[in-house]
Every structure is written in structure tokens, then in C-alpha cells.
Design a protein around this ligand. Structure first.
Ligand SMILES: [Zn+2]
Ligand SMILES: [Zn+2]
Ligand SMILES: [Zn+2]
Length: 301
């Protein structure tokens, strides 16, 4: 008698079902590499301003020797000023220039950072023992980027095990989107999430940041889920309530910015972007340090 053991070995069905579906957001690499200059509080005390500091830096730095032929200079949405470099060598050139700027300008007066375009990726199917640090390490291993540039959210229990939303630089998201991610013992599912619109942490409207907010209402210490002050959305036990939809007399029994949330587009107070209509695909370079914590888009659904 032949016992057909092993016959029922798990088939290859579930292994390679790659998410090449059309609903996966396009991950376009940024067209420019940016350097963000942010004036520090000490600058005001010393009467220093960016104009003079830049003048000094320009006298000390020869951009041609770095291979840079020209840059775009513009105000950053979060405050501060951006220098944008394009071209094939943009990243290396921006790194080199940022290093020179750090030498040329006192760190206590100006912070020089290199904001990177980020994307949100959902990792699911994690086993109970997995920590955020392990997820970051697993991503760093496959993508070659440092764990500092990976922001892992809280790991939450859903039907299919643990799941979390991770914020990573776009090229890393691209690498991850190729398949599954080995985290500890399990092969976790990876899904690149569509970009969320930038949302002001103060009034919760989209289209401007807290630094540009002119709204009278200040919801910065309110819960994103129920719009009541005094607790975080992760601790929320109230019914969801969206003040933006409520103001528009629309159904408001949801968390602000969730899938069903559709308040009318507000005329953003800050600077109405000139002709930048495609907010969905807007490629604003954002820094996890300078911008991330301020915006609601950090909060996972
Ligand atoms: Zn606002
Ligand atoms: Zn709440
Ligand atoms: Zn809403």
C-alpha cells in the first residue's frame, strides 16, 4: 500500500501573486533633489536672517566645483527655504552641497536637511511577535537604506495577523512593491498605499500646512477620530466625527481623511498653488523630520 504522503504539499498558488494591479499607485522618482534650510530659534535671538546667512555661504561655496549649474530656490510649504537641483547627478550634488552648507552656516542658526519624497507602504500578515524595529530592519535589509529613513507605525492586529503602515523613501517603496517581505519567519504582504494629500495639523484642511494656516479654529490637540480634545485617536472610544464634512452638511460619522470623507475642496488660505491642480500626484519632497509629525497624513487609518 502506498501512502501518498506529501501529496498535499501546499501548492505554489499563494506565493507569487504580485500586486501588479492597476490600482497600485505609480511611484515616480522625484525630479529634483532638495536641500531644506530652516532658520532655528536662536537665529531670531541673534538677529540673524537667511538672506545674510545665504550671502555668506555663497561667498564660501563654489557650486561649479560641485558640478551644479543652477538651482531653483523657493519657499518650502512647511516654512524654510528649498534649494532644488535637477539632472542625473542631482542626489550626489545635493548631498555635497548640503555638506558644504553645513560647514558654511552655523548649525545653531540654520538647519540644513535633505528632505526626501516618501511613500506609505502597508505591511500585513506579520506574526504576533514582530516589533516595529524588526520591520524596519527587514526593509533596510532588502532595500539597502538606513533604518533611520524608515518610519514604522504601530503594529495592529487585524484578521490576517499584524499589520502596519510604514513610511519610506519612494525608491524603497518601489523595491518593496516587487513582492513580499520576509520579516522574521513570515513572508509578509506588501501594498503601496496611494499618496495622501498633505493636511494641516491645525485646522485639518488639505492644501496647506500648519505653518501657513490662517484658520481661526485650532484642532491641533483634538482626536482625529471624534474631534474631541484630550486624547489620541488610537485611544479613542467615541463615535467618529468629521468636522470638515459636518461643516459642509454632509454625513460626518467618519474619521477625517478616511475613505468616505469628502468635504468640498477648501480654498486653501496659505498660498493657492499656481496651476498645481493634480494634488494626488503632487511630488512635494517632504522630510519625515520637518514635516511628517505635523501632518495628519502621518496617522494611519
Ligand atoms: Zn490649517
Ligand atoms: Zn476620539
Ligand atoms: Zn469627512
Amino acid at each position: 500500500m502506498v501512502v501518498r504522503r506529501g501529496q498535499k504539499k501546499s501548492g505554489p498558488q499563494e506565493s507569487r501573486k504580485l500586486a501588479k494591479s492597476s490600482d497600485a499607485p505609480k511611484l515616480r522618482p522625484p525630479r529634483s533633489a532638495a536641500i531644506l534650510l530652516t532658520l532655528q530659534p536662536a537665529a531670531a535671538d541673534q538677529g540673524a536672517n537667511l538672506k545674510d546667512l545665504m550671502k555668506e555661504a555663497k561667498a564660501k561655496i563654489n557650486i561649479e566645483s560641485l558640478g551644479i549649474s543652477g538651482m531653483v530656490f523657493k519657499p518650502a510649504r512647511t516654512g524654510g527655504k528649498l534649494l532644488e537641483i535637477s539632472g542625473a547627478e542631482k542626489d550626489a550634488q545635493a548631498d555635497a552641497l548640503a555638506a558644504k552648507l553645513r560647514e558654511a552656516m552655523p548649525a545653531e542658526l540654520v538647519k540644513v536637511s535633505r528632505p526626501v519624497k516618501m511613500a506609505d507602504v502597508r505591511i500585513s500578515g506579520l506574526d504576533d511577535s514582530v516589533s516595529p524595529e524588526e520591520v524596519a530592519a527587514a526593509i533596510a535589509k532588502v532595500s539597502g537604506c538606513s533604518t533611520e529613513s524608515i518610519k514604522v507605525g504601530e503594529i495592529r492586529e487585524v484578521f490576517s495577523g499584524g499589520a502596519t503602515v510604514v513610511r519610506v523613501p519612494v525608491p524603497v517603496a518601489k523595491t518593496l512593491s516587487q513582492g513580499r517581505l520576509l520579516v522574521g519567519w513570515v513572508s509578509a504582504k506588501v501594498k503601496v498605499l496611494p499618496p495622501k494629500e498633505m493636511r494641516c495639523f491645525r485646522c485639518w484642511e488639505t492644501g496647506h500646512t500648519g505653518a501657513q494656516c490662517t484658520a481661526e479654529v485650532d484642532r491641533s490637540n483634538h482626536c482625529y477620530r471624534c474631534n474631541k480634545p484630550g486624547h489620541k485617536s488610537r485611544d479613542c472610544k467615541e463615535a467618529p466625527n468629521c468636522p470638515l464634512c459636518a461643516a459642509a452638511k454632509k454625513p460626518a460619522d467618519h474619521k477625517v481623511g478616511s475613505r468616505v470623507c469628502s468635504p468640498p475642496k477648501s480654498k486653501s488660505k496659505g498660498k493657492a498653488g499656481k496651476g498645481r491642480s493634480s494634488a494626488r500626484t503632487r511630488a512635494t519632497p517632504t522630510s519625515p523630520n520637518t514635516q511628517g509629525p505635523m501632518e495628519v497624513s502621518q496617522i494611519p487609518d
